[in-house]
Design a protein around this ligand. Structure first.
Ligand code: KIV
Ligand code: ZN
Length: 385
């Protein structure tokens, strides 16, 4: 089974979410949790961005062991020096440099020709080699770059010494088949492609980040990047918990796995939501409050008879203690009776009928019926045995 490397960028791209601002202690706490989660590499931040960012990356590199610590840099000597100073004490250190390769970015943002961009990339990789063995290089906006140019660029950066080449869909523009094809094409057409690992990095502007990441895996990518809860610039990055659980649940399809400890997902998700202040939507896959909640009577009846009828992921797999049968207006008698039994009430069929009638009346007034409501019904109707 192929093992896909995971680079978590919650602390770098994730922190680029509008309104998020983590201090050094919070970043360290998250990094420690990411080690528990079993990611291979933690992108700790962008040291040149500010003294605070530098300090946070340095603290993580000095104190957090058990994963490769990655420092982010533009392709400039100043950025590279700052990354070195920040992560030189890491157990394993990696620099992640980038330069844009799309016509739009080269023309309007960099104001450089395609040849000049390759020259800068090559020169800066050679410069970084004096500090680092592990050098990741990203072709920013690869998703909108010319394919032949990307082949040439990739060959040159690998020749210069890049050990990982990242092909980001920076603006979340690509569709899964196209993005997957990029990796197939690069692996086949870049003559020295076997000398480096390939990495996928997807944004969610069109809601495709996880699908695109999985398409890259289908097409032989070695590493994937993302964030917990999918936080990140604009619409966010690929949600790593969704990628990892998809690989686990559909091992038959992907024949690939990760080293992630899936049972740490719930804890990671809650910590990151708490510290970033970014609320996880209730219907979010894997970590949303409703991800394991069954509301309708038909579903609740099915799950009570055999949970696999409506549950493809066991909640305990990802660190939740149990699924949740929400008692509301769609609930049926089966779920209602089971909840009463769990609360210690074993009632006759006749008593259940009375209580169920009262319960249904209450659902007209309240969306969700809690245990206290049920106990009140039992008391009011004097149904206790
Ligand atoms: O989205 C992106 O392109 C990035 C870097 C890898 C440059 O975050
Ligand atoms: Zn990004």
């Amino acid at each position: 089974m192929r093992v896909i490397q995971i680079l978590d960028t919650t602390l770098r791209d994730g922190e680029q979410s509008a309104g998020v601002n983590l201090n050094t202690n919070e970043k360290k706490e998250i990094a420690k949790q990411l080690v528990r989660l079993g990611v291979d590499a933690i992108e700790a931040g962008f040291p040149i961005a500010s003294p605070g960012d530098f300090q946070a990356v340095k603290t993580i590199a000095d104190e957090v062991k058990g994963a490769t610590i990655v420092g982010f840099a533009r392709a400039t000597k100043g950025d590279i020096d700052a990354v070195y100073e920040a992560i030189k004490n890491a157990e394993q250190a990696r620099i992640h440099m980038f330069i844009a390769t799309s016509p739009i970015h080269m023309k309007y943002k960099l104001r450089k020709s395609p040849d000049e961009v390759i020259e800068i990339a090559v020169e800066m990789i050679k410069y970084a080699k004096k500090y680092f063995q592990d050098i990741q290089f990203s072709a920013e906006d690869a998703g909108r770059s010319d394919l032949d140019y990307l082949v040439r660029f990739t060959k040159e950066v690998i020749d210069a010494g890049a050990t990982i080449v990242n092909i980001p869909d920076t603006v979340g523009y690509m569709m899964p088949r196209e993005y997957g094809y990029l990796f197939k094409h690069l692996k086949e057409q870049v003559p020295n492609s076997h000398k480096a690992l390939f990495s996928a990095h997807c944004h969610d502007d069109l809601g495709m980040a996880v699908a695109n990441t999985l398409a890259a895996i289908e097409n032989g990518v070695d590493q994937v990047e993302g964030t917990i809860n999918g936080i990140g610039e604009r619409a966010g990055n690929a949600a790593l918990e969704e990628v990892a659980v998809s690989l686990y649940t559909r091992q038959d399809y992907y024949q690939a796995t990760t080293k992630m400890n899936l049972e740490q997902i719930a804890r990671s998700s809650k910590l990151i939501s708490k510290l970033t202040g970014m609320i996880v939507p209730g219907n979010k896959a894997i970590v949303g409050a409703n991800a394991f909640a069954h509301e309708s009577g038909i579903h609740q009846d099915g799950v009570l008879k055999e949970r696999t009828t409506y549950e493809i992921i066991r909640p305990d797999l990802v660190g939740y203690s149990s699924n949740k049968l929400v008692l509301g207006k769609h609930s049926g008698r089966h779920a209602f009776r089971e909840r009463l039994i769990a609360l210690g009430y074993v009632l006759s069929d006749e008593q259940i009928n009375v209580a169920f009638q009262k319960f249904k009346e209450l659902t007209m007034k309240k969306k969700e019926i809690f245990d206290d409501d049920l106990m009140m019904i039992i008391d009011e109707q004097q149904l206790k045995q």
